[in-house]
Design a protein around this ligand. Structure first.
Ligand SMILES: *[C@@H]1O[C@H](CO)[C@@H](O)[C@H](O)[C@H]1NC(C)=O
Ligand SMILES: *[C@@H]1O[C@H](CO)[C@@H](O)[C@H](O)[C@H]1NC(C)=O
Length: 283
């Protein structure tokens, strides 16, 4: 009995620590350096495709379709006909995130979004594949960052240099909903804001294509605290400083997401370990 109590007493802090660690491991838009199965290292099960050829119109003012989206983060996502989907961070480790259940292989992703305020709070739209190809929009919540959005991309999780990020001026990201669209083909990525192309990336310009995102992705929309005091100093610095959670809650609003898959299919299988678009078997 005494042993049991002693054990319990020692286990409780461990359990709390475990809970905190698990909270950090849930999917967020934070650049991920791990993947459950990396098809450039081993043979993985095929990705389930978004198989419709017509656009997937996710109008969050009328609801959140559970067939298309899964909630993969922590924290609250609520829905209303007035504002759409509200992603709220009210305490440490909240990272409300929606992710598509299926994958797309080139196409367009149009997001009507209002970024969350709050120092260190990051709002994000991420297209990411299982071998960590990635195309991003990121908004920082600091009051000095309201007129700016960042664009970024990664190829096969290559983070050796941080020279891929871009910054674009855009008015009042935290009070106005803008149309942020990514158009993605095997030749070119274009980022658009309200119909204007603000950045393009050619295949060859990404280290001769090696760093060009080119494998099937899921779309993830969410927010997280880059300024969590437990994060690496570099992350906190990039996010704009330590987050003061007592100033929350911090809410990001998403009205609509429109996804058009350029190669709709039931599944995508990596034919070899190259991670090249030519190796993807569309099934
Ligand atoms: C990673 O990217 C850098 C440039 O950002 C490039 O020089 C390097 O060759 C890339 N590494 C691989 C393995 O592709
Ligand atoms: C959003 O921008 C994209 C890219 O310019 C455009 O094709 C689309 O029609 C726009 N959506 C709306 C609702 O205006």
């Amino acid at each position: 009995m005494i042993d049991f109590l002693t054990t319990r007493r020692h286990k409780l802090p461990q359990l709390l620590l475990l809970a905190a660690l698990l909270a950090l491991l849930v999917s967020t838009c934070a650049a991920q350096t791990f993947t459950s199965c990396n098809p450039t290292q081993v043979k993985c099960p095929p990705n389930v495709g978004l198989s419709k050829s017509s656009p997937y119109v996710a109008d969050f003012k009328s609801g959140i379709d559970n067939l298309l989206w899964s909630s993969v983060g922590s924290g609250s996502i609520t829905q209303s006909s007035a504002t759409g989907a509200a992603f709220t961070i009210s305490k440490r480790f909240d990272a409300p995130t929606l992710e598509t259940n299926g994958y797309m292989f080139f196409g367009t992703v149009e997001v009507h979004i209002r970024a969350a305020p709050g120092q260190g709070i990051v709002s994000c739209v991420v297209l990411q594949s299982d071998d960590l190809d990635e195309i991003d929009w990121e908004w920082l919540g600091g009051s000095d960052k309201v007129n700016e959005v960042q664009t970024n991309y990664f190829g096969k999780g290559n983070t050796t240099t941080y020279d891929r990020g871009g910054k674009t001026a855009v008015q009042d990201t935290q009070t106005m909903t803008h149309n942020y669209t990514i158009s993605w083909s095997k030749e070119l990525i274009t980022w658009y804001i309200d119909g204007n192309a603000v950045r393009t990336l050619q295949y060859e310009d990404a280290v001769g294509g090696k760093n060009f995102p080119q494998t099937p992705v899921r779309v993830r929309v969410g927010s997280w605290a880059g300024g969590d005091p437990g994060n690496a100093e570099g992350t906190i610095g990039w996010a704009g400083g330590v987050t003061d959670f007592s100033k929350g809650p911090f809410t990001m609003l998403v009205e609509k997401v429109v996804i058009t898959n350029a190669n709709p299919a039931a599944s995508y299988a990596y034919g070899d370990l190259s991670g090249s678009f030519q190796s993807i078997n569309v099934g």
